[in-house]
Design a protein around this ligand. Structure first.
Ligand code: NAD
Length: 476
C-alpha cells in the first residue's frame, strides 16, 4: 500500500520500502513506503494548502463528513477487520470490535459538532469579553501498533472536527488499516490534504514530524521512554505536545466482589489483544479471604484460552504483534523466574508446535506470590502476563497499587459503595472503573497521571486540546 498525501497515493522519494509482517506466521504480507523528512515536508505542504478551506468550513459541515466516514467505516468493517487482524494479529472478532469503535468515535465527534463554542464574559461598564476557540493549524499525530484503528479515530476525530489539518504516522508495523481508513474518509468527502498518512519508522518519519517547524501540535501515543524523547525533540520548535503513554493498571478485588464477574473482567482485562492494551489489567490485588477461590477460577479460565491465528475461528487470543515485543515479554518473565520473584502458575514461555512455530505466540501466563519489589510490578508488561497478589486490607491494596510509576487506569471490584469511593480517592490514576475495566467510551476523556502522560484524548474535553483561544475585548 502507498502513503496518502494531499489525496494522492505516494511512494517515498528515495524509493525505500518497509515490509509489513503477519505476526501469526512471520510472513511478509505487504510493504509500505519508508517515509522521512521529504515526505513529511510534502504532507505539511498539502496540509497547509487544505487548512484555509477546512478551518473556514462550519463545524456542522465538518461533522457531517465525519459522520459519513463513520458510516462507511462501519459498513466496511469486515474488510477492515481482516486487514487489521492480518497486520496486528488480534482475533477477528476483536478487530471488528475495534473498527466499530473507530466508527463510534468519529460519530461521537460528528454529534457534538453543533456544540463547539467559545465564551462571552460581561466585564462591567468598560466592556465585554469574547473568548474565541480557533484551530491550532497543521498538527501531527503519532500512534503505536496495538490499536491502530481506534487510536487513529481518537486523534483524527477531535483534531479534524476542531478545524485542524493532520499528518498521521502509524506504527511502521501496522500501517495498513490506517491507510485503508484514510482512503475511506477521503471517499466520504474529506477534502484532499486534510488528513495525510505518512508511513515510516519513528526515527525517520516520526522525528521529522516532531521537529517540523510547520507542525504546531503533536499528539503522541506510545511508550514512556519514546514520549520523553518526543517532548525533548519538539521543544526547540515550541510545539504543543500531548503524551499518552504506558500503563500498569491495578485491579483491586474486594472480598464482597461478584467473583465470576471479577474473574471474567480479569481475563478480558488482561488477555484481550494478547495483553497489548495501555489500560489492560496489569496487576491484581485480591483480598486474602477470597484469593484462593479467585485464583482457582481464574486459572481455569486462563488455561482454557485458545491461542492461534486471529483469522482462525475459535481463537481467543492471537500472537504478540511483533518479534521485539515477544522477546521483551520473554525477557521479563525469564527475569522473574530466574530472580525467584514470583511463582508461575501457568504459561511462562513462548508457544511452539504446529500453528505457533512461525508466529510470535506467547502462552497466557498467570503469576502468584510476586515479591512487592519485583521488576514485573514496576515495569509495564505489554503482553499476556498477569501477576496476582493477595492483600489483607484496602489500605494495603491502595499502597501497592500506587507503588507503580504509572497512573493510567485502575479498578475496584466490590458491591460496597464506601470501598469503591475509598479506592477511587486513594488510587492515583487518570481513569477509574468500578466493577469494570478496559471499557473506554468516547464520552469520557482518557489519559493518565505520573509516567502515563500528560494529555487527554477523547471526550468533549479533547476539543480544547486541539484548539487555541483568542480573546476579544469589546469596549462599548
Ligand atoms: P513506541 O513509543 O515505540 O512507538 C509509538 C509510535 O512512536 C510509533 O509510531 C513509532 O514509530 C513512533 N516513534 C518511535 N520513536 C520515535 C521518535 N524518536 N520520534 C517520533 N516518533 C517515534 O510505542 P509502542 O511500543 O509501539 O507502543 C506501545 C506503548 O504504547 C505501550 O507503552 C502502551 O501502553 C502505549 N499506549 C498508550 C496509550 C494511551 O492512550 N496512553 C494507548 C495505546 C498504547
Amino acid at each position: 500500500m502507498l502513503m496518502r498525501i494531499g489525496g494522492e497515493e505516494v511512494e517515498s522519494a528515495k524509493g525505500a520500502w518497509l515490509d509489513v509482517i503477519n505476526p501469526a506466521n512471520g510472513e511478509v504480507l505487504d510493504r509500505v513506503p519508508a517515509g522521512g523528512r521529504e515526505e513529511v515536508d510534502a504532507a505539511v505542504g498539502a496540509a497547509e494548502k487544505a487548512l484555509g478551506g477546512w478551518s473556514a468550513t462550519g463545524p456542522r459541515e465538518r461533522g457531517k463528513i465525519l459522520f459519513h466516514a463513520a458510516q462507511a467505516i462501519r459498513a466496511g468493517r469486515q474488510d477492515l477487520a481482516r486487514i487489521l487482524t492480518w497486520e496486528q494479529g488480534k482475533p477477528l472478532a476483536e478487530a471488528v470490535d475495534e473498527v466499530r469503535g473507530c466508527a463510534n468515535v468519529l460519530e461521537f465527534y460528528a454529534s457534538i459538532a453543533g456544540c463547539l463554542s467559545g465564551d462571552f464574559i460581561r466585564l462591567g461598564p468598560a466592556g465585554d469579553g469574547v473568548v474565541v476557540r480557533e484551530p491550532i493549524g497543521v498538527c501531527g499525530a503519532i500512534i503505536p501498533w496495538n490499536m491502530p484503528a481506534i487510536l487513529m479515530a481518537w486523534k483524527a476525530g477531535p483534531a479534524l472536527l476542531a478545524g485542524n489539518t493532520l499528518i498521521l504516522k502509524p506504527s511502521s508495523t501496522t500501517p495498513l488499516t490506517d491507510l485503508a481508513i484514510a482512503g475511506i474518509m477521503e471517499r466520504s468527502g474529506l477534502p484532499e490534504g486534510v488528513l495525510n498518512v505518512v508511513t515510516g519508522t519513528g526515527e525517520s518519519a516520526g522525528t521529522a514530524i516532531v521537529t517540523h517547524p510547520g507542525i504546531h501540535r503533536v499528539s503522541f501515543t506510545g511508550n514512556t521512554a519514546t514520549g520523553l524523547a518526543v517532548r525533548e525533540a519538539a521543544a526547540p520548535s515550541l510545539k504543543e505536545v500531548s503524551l499518552e503513554l504506558g500503563g500498569s493498571d491495578p485491579m483491586i478485588v474486594w472480598r464482597d466482589a461478584d467473583l465470576p464477574k471479577a474473574v471474567q473482567g480479569a481475563v478480558r482485562g488482561r488477555f484481550y489483544n494478547a495483553g497489548q492494551v495501555c489500560n489492560a489489567v496489569k496487576r491484581i490485588y485480591v483480598h486474602e479471604e477470597i484469593a484462593a477461590a479467585f485464583l482457582e477460577q481464574h486459572l481455569a479460565r486462563v488455561r482454557a484460552l485458545r491461542v492461534g491465528d486471529g483469522l482462525s475461528p475459535g481463537t481467543d487470543m492471537g500472537p504478540l504483534q511483533n518479534r521485539a515485543q515477544l522477546e521483551r515479554i520473554e525477557h521479563q518473565v525469564d527475569g522473574l523466574r530466574e530472580g525467584g520473584e514470583g511463582r508461575i502458575l501457568t504459561g511462562g514461555s513462548r508457544l511452539r508446535g504446529p500453528g505457533h512455530d512461525r508466529g510470535f505466540f506467547y502462552a497466557p501466563t498467570l503469576v502468584s506470590e510476586v515479591r512487592p519489589d519485583a521488576a514485573i510490578l514496576r515495569e509495564e508488561t505489554f503482553g499476556p502476563v498477569l501477576p496476582v497478589m493477595a492483600v489483607p486490607d484496602l489500605q494495603g491494596a491502595i499502597r501497592e497499587a500506587n507503588r507503580s510509576p504509572y497512573g493510567l487506569g485502575a479498578s475496584v471490584w466490590t458491591r460496597d459503595l464506601g470501598i469503591a469511593r475509598a479506592a477511587f480517592e486513594g488510587v492515583r490514576a487518570g481513569v477509574f472503573w468500578v466493577n469494570r475495566h478496559l471499557t473506554v467510551p468516547p464520552e469520557l476523556p482518557f489519559g493518565g497521571v505520573k509516567e502515563s502522560g500528560t494529555g487527554r484524548d477523547i471526550g468533549v474535553q479533547a476539543i480544547s486540546q486541539w484548539t487555541r483561544t483568542r480573546s476579544l475585548f469589546l469596549g462599548w
